[in-house]
Write a protein that binds this ligand. Structure first.
Ligand SMILES: [Zn+2]
Length: 101
């Protein structure tokens, strides 16, 4: 079997960009974000000892609310909708803005 290795290579497995857009969709649904909200999904290294080496960090930017972010401590390709929903329950606001019922 021959393998073509792109020297400019992004080492992205098949389905990576589809999963990124799924994670964006799940995030928008879970937070009821409007269309103009920007959701940025990145797979980054995680240095916590009990974690897999990769984690997914999601940043949410929209005009009407403070920036928010959450992380799923799994590789992107293993991150599913439940992981996103769980992580959103521990969402952090990047700047203080609290509304308590
Ligand atoms: Zn981690």
């Amino acid at each position: 079997m021959t393998r073509f290795v792109n020297p400019l290579g992004r080492q992205r497995p098949n389905g990576f960009s589809a999963r990124v857009s799924d994670i964006k969709t799940w995030t928008k649904e879970a937070l009821s974000l409007d269309e103009e909200a920007v959701v940025s999904v990145n797979e980054v290294a995680c240095s916590q000892p009990d974690c897999p080496p990769k984690q997914v960090v999601v940043l949410i930017l929209c005009a009407s609310a403070p920036a928010r972010k959450f992380a799923v401590h799994k590789p992107l390709m293993e991150t599913g909708q439940e992981d996103v929903v769980d992580a959103i329950s521990a969402l952090e606001n990047c700047s203080a803005s609290r509304f308590e019922n």
